[in-house]
Design a protein around this ligand. Structure first.
Ligand code: PMP
Length: 292
């Protein structure tokens, strides 16, 4: 898909209670968030005009802001309504929403007082469904040399913009080595996640996933755990060592953008697509598309 530069994109954007033309959405070049990475954001999908898990995403947005001491100028209800307006006013059907909380350029000194802004963009992304589980769409992962920090070092459950410096580095290094993405271990050496998605393994027809104690406990991750439990599939959240991956029947990633995406390779080890992955990807597809 051809990427359109954001400043050339048509349509409207919600900014501090107003819907404005996207081309007019400008900020000062030295705004606080651009300089110091001090902001928070969300990535949300909508399907057939309906936002998936809107309330959960806005709860996380507000929690992310509180975790790094950003005072929210708008209520949860106002932000949720704004997300709906961005879609409705542009008649978007299937796509992606990006609420973004950022600080202005009132004062550029570190830890200074700045106006808190909320901007919400929405784009149509027709036909881009990853849950189409085929080997062609499966990803290759390279174990990163970087380790995820402990929750005592970073606010790991906050979708804070500054933390995505590392996610960018992780993914770029994997791509430079001809892989699609990275596999991250945590500071203790346990398997953690990928650059912007959580990871699941299938061992003996059970679903195993790392405990989300030093990485984002994804909304898709929680949804997949619920879907598996509904099918009476045993779910085990535990610390997983990288050497255990050798025994896995299957591996997949979860995230709002990538939905359920199977993994065909981790370093020099190859995987086929496990039946359980197909079942859960299908359940997820049906859930987001309201198919009972
Ligand atoms: N981990 C990281 C670092 C992410 O950026 C994301 C995407 N938000 C996820 C996991 C998956 O989270 P979710 O399922 O809520 O999109």
């Amino acid at each position: 898909m051809k990427q359109i530069s954001l400043d050339q994109m048509e349509g409207i954007i919600w900014h501090n209670k107003e819907l404005i033309a996207n081309v007019d959405a400008k900020a000062h070049l030295l705004n606080y968030t651009l300089q110091y990475g001090y902001g928070v954001f969300e990535g949300i999908r909508f399907y057939n005009g309906k936002i998936f898990k809107l309330e959960e995403h806005i709860d996380r947005l507000i929690a992310s802001a509180l975790m790094i001491n950003i005072e929210m100028p708008y209520s949860k209800q106002e932000i949720m309504k704004a997300c709906v307006d961005v879609i409705d006013k542009q008649k978007l059907i299937n796509g992606y929403l990006r609420p973004f909380i950022w600080l202005g350029a009132d004062n550029w000194m570190i830890a200074s007082q700045n106006i808190v802004n909320i901007t919400i963009a929405g784009v149509e992304r027709e036909g881009e469904y990853y849950s189409d589980i085929t080997l062609k769409n499966a990803m290759s992962l390279k174990t990163s040399k970087w380790r995820k920090a402990s929750h005592e070092s970073l606010p790991v459950q906050s979708k804070a913009t500054g933390l995505y410096l590392m996610n960018t580095i992780y993914k770029k290094e994997a791509i430079a080595a001809n892989y699609d993405d990275c596999l991250l271990l945590d500071y203790r050496g346990y398997v953690a996640e990928s650059s912007t998605s959580n990871i699941f393994f299938i061992f003996d027809n059970e679903l195993h996933t790392p405990i989300a104690d030093c990485f984002l406990n994804g909304i898709t991750r929680q949804t997949i755990i619920d879907l598996a439990k509904k099918r009476n599939i045993k779910v085990v959240e535990r610390h997983i060592l990288p050497e255990e991956i050798l025994q896995a029947q299957g591996v997949f990633l979860t995230g709002t953008a990538m939905e359920v995406t199977s993994v065909k390779q981790i370093d020099n080890q190859y995987f086929t697509i496990d039946e359980l992955t197909k079942i859960l990807a299908n359940d997820y597809y049906n859930l987001v598309h309201d198919i009972i």
